[in-house]
Write a protein that binds this ligand. Structure first.
Ligand SMILES: C[S@@+](CC[C@H](N)C(=O)[O-])C[C@H]1O[C@@H](n2cnc3c(N)ncnc32)[C@H](O)[C@@H]1O
Length: 236
């Protein structure tokens, strides 16, 4: 099986054609939110010239079927010793939680990621957190590198502010992805990101000496991901 590749213009639903069963050590999945986010968003006060077109969003009505489809599809490729992290907002969280149970994963933790720059609200609280679901295939066999003595399940990690840099969709902070890699993988392990976006997982893998494989359906994301990967390789 090949690694350090991204299947561009291909969707995670095709994973069984590309990736062997029981071959992946860690999955980091940051799917579309299903909130009609167009990637350019007034919601995020972004300048549209810095956001690539073609962000693939899922409607609220389709979100449950979409979630069941890709979560079921990733389960067979994970090793018995492997783990998966799924990042989700609260609005469609119930769809993700049901899909996780139906696919057969065991949930080990429900981590809260607290960030800054929540969207301003007038008559309700500002949402400033995401859920990170820590899943395993086999609770008796999964790998866990206990980096800290007392690792709590609420993580305060700042979103990166990257003015003037072109982005594809939302981007996870490098610090967050590196933390997931350090706790749940070893050097040379193979990490899958079904929704590459800006290639953040690939960049973290290059820095921490892990192998990666991923999918990104938006053809316009290729240049950004390739550029981020080249920059990361220059630094190692
Ligand atoms: C929330 S973003 C991921 C951001 C990424 N974690 C990062 O830090 O840059 C979700 C990405 O999934 C892509 N996508 C949506 N549906 C997909 C599918 N079925 N297969 C593969 N990629 C998909 C979107 O185009 C978008 O780039």
């Amino acid at each position: 099986m090949v690694f350090d590749v991204i299947y561009y213009e291909d969707c995670i639903e095709n994973i069984s054609k590309r990736i062997d069963e029981n071959s992946i050590d860690l999955i980091i999945a940051d799917p579309p939110f299903g909130i009609s986010f167009d990637g350019k968003g007034s919601q995020y006060n972004r300048k549209s010239e810095f956001v690539v077109k073609g962000y693939s969003e899922i409607t609220r009505e389709d979100y449950f079927e979409f979630s069941k489809g890709w979560i079921k599809a990733i389960y067979p490729v994970l090793k018995e010793t492997g783990s998966a992290y799924i990042i989700s907002g609260w609005t469609n969280l119930k769809d993700i939680l049901i899909a996780i149970d139906e696919a057969g994963f065991t949930t080990q933790n429900h981590i809260i990621w607290k960030y800054q720059f929540g969207v301003f609200t007038k008559r309700k609280f500002v949402t400033s957190h995401y859920h990170i679901l820590f899943l395993v295939k086999n609770p008796k066999k999964y790998f866990f590198n206990k980096v800290d003595h007392y690792p709590e399940d609420v993580w305060e990690i700042k979103r990166e502010y990257l003015p003037g840099e072109k982005k594809n969709s939302t981007k996870l902070p490098n610090e967050l992805v590196e933390k997931l890699l350090k706790y749940s993988s070893k050097e040379n392990d193979l990490v899958l990101d079904p929704f590459m976006g800006n290639g953040t997982t690939a960049v973290a893998c290059i820095k921490l000496n892990r192998k990666y494989v991923g999918f990104e359906i938006n053809p316009n994301a290729k240049d950004i991901i390739d550029m981020n990967i080249s920059k990361a390789k220059e630094l190692v």
